[in-house]
Ligand binder design. Structure first.
Ligand code: ADP
Ligand code: MG
Length: 395
């Protein structure tokens, strides 16, 4: 705990220092939003399904000071370049793409009819980028919070999450579901969430104290491209439409039971059938996981995770060589209970459930094995569920 306090104090100091260098004044408001990891439920969100999701204790901070005009200036301690634009003229920036998350937040809020106030801001994230822990939802949530606060707008948490999804869908251009933004905003400290992506409601799920959630980041460049993501979405929609006899776009795999699927699978294109089977089975696994987590049922956790991983590789085909190497690096790892993909796949992280007392030994083993096999230095760390997006009291 002393370590965490120390890191927090250093973070506050670094932000104050850089803010002073950039703008010559102190920031007046501080906000944070966490990243997240899915404990079960790959690609189920845009199928109106279920996800077992959890915030992580890594987050993105935005510190700012309102401006008397309509200009916005934002820098990041993580990446070079700055966002600098007028609220009356919000456009994408090809040169410094990360600023699109800031511009997008302003554009979506303006589009809602809000008169926004400008600010000078500085970002800092401890969520790794592009690993599947959703640094993008964190920057969206925190920037929306910042704009809302300086402009005197208040949102219900769910509204904020939906606005964040619109930033990503409409401005950044990724057709993601609601999972990432919902978790970042509505996450509960110390608990996972069982999220119903149709009703946009969730319930807190406790995690047995014998279990630790460990992120195993391959740190190999992720190969996820918008086109593969969009292709999976389209295949799921096509399968649902055919199985439910509805027009494309008006059917979701959430409504296809395993029985219906089994009876009609042979009518589907074989690739579409594989995609559908994965989603339908993955949805059922989410509900089973929500029972297994509080009880710490290790045998069941292992089985559910193994089936999710096998389906992701063989049916949904979202694997990558680095993911396979990370999976193999855990083969003999001490304390391992369960392991599967995290995020959208095509690289990025795996998530493991590990005996609480053995996290250090687990991390050492996995790091050595993965490095030996690939030459890449992975990042292996345990996470705890943190509170969803809100203000920071820097003290
Ligand atoms: P993921 O959400 O899995 O981390 P994405 O590709 O969706 O991966 O989002 C990562 C991108 O979000 C980064 O490449 C960067 O453009 C942007 N981003 C997130 N946090 C910050 C930050 N603190 N400063 C600058 N850019 C950020
Ligand atoms: Mg993202």
């Amino acid at each position: 705990m002393a370590d965490a306090d120390h890191l927090r104090a250093r973070r506050i100091e670094a932000l104050r220092l850089e803010f002073g260098k950039l703008y010559g004044v102190e920031p007046t408001a501080w906000f944070r939003a966490p990243g997240r990891v899915d404990l079960m439920g790959s690609h189920t969100d845009y199928n109106d399904g279920f996800v077992a999701t959890m915030t992580v204790d890594r987050d993105t901070w935005l510190v700012l000071r309102p401006r008397p005009d309509h200009r916005v200036r934002v820098a990041s301690l993580n990446l070079g370049g700055t966002a600098e634009f007028d609220l009356g003229e919000i456009e994408r920036d090809q040169a410094v793409p990360w600023t699109d998350y800031v511009r997008g937040a302003a554009a979506v809020l303006s589009g809602e009819g809000h008169a926004l106030t400008g600010f000078d801001g500085l970002l800092h994230s401890t969520v790794p980028f592009g690993s599947g822990l959703s640094s993008s939802a964190a920057i969206e949530s925190v920037t929306l919070l910042g704009f809302a606060a300086v402009s005197g707008i208040s949102h219900e948490p769910l509204q904020l999450a939906l606005l964040g999804q619109r930033v990503e869908n409409e401005f950044v251009g990724l057709a993601c579901g609601i999972l990432d933004q919902y978790t970042s905003v509505l996450g509960t400290a110390g608990h996972a969430l069982l999220l119903d992506c149709r009703t946009l409601s969730s319930e807190a799920v406790s995690i047995a104290p014998t279990l630790s959630v460990v992120i195993c980041d391959t740190r190999a460049p992720r190969q996820l491209t918008g086109s593969e993501y969009d292709e999976r979405r389209a295949q799921c929609e096509a399968g649902a439409a055919q199985l439910l006899g509805r027009p494309p776009g008006q059917a979701r795999l959430r409504d296809v039971s395993l029985e219906l699927f089994e009876a009609r699978a042979s009518e589907l294109d074989p690739v579409v059938a594989r995609r559908c089977r994965f989603i339908i089975e993955e949805n059922a696994r989410v509900l089973a996981l929500a029972e297994a987590l509080p009880q710490g049922d290790e045998e069941l956790l292992g089985r559910l995770y193994d089936a999710s991983w096998a389906g992701a590789i063989e049916l949904f085909e979202i694997g990558a060589p680095a993911m396979a190497a990370m999976h193999a690096a855990m083969d003999e790892a001490p304390g391992l209970i369960a392991r599967r993909q995290a995020g959208a796949g095509f690289g990025g992280c795996l998530v493991a459930i590990v005996h609480s007392g053995e996290v250090e030994a687990f991390a050492g083993h996995v790091t050595r094995e993965y490095h030996g096999a690939t030459g890449f230095e992975p990042s292996v760390f345990d996470v705890r569920a943190a509170l969803g997006a809100g203000v920071v009291e820097p003290g």
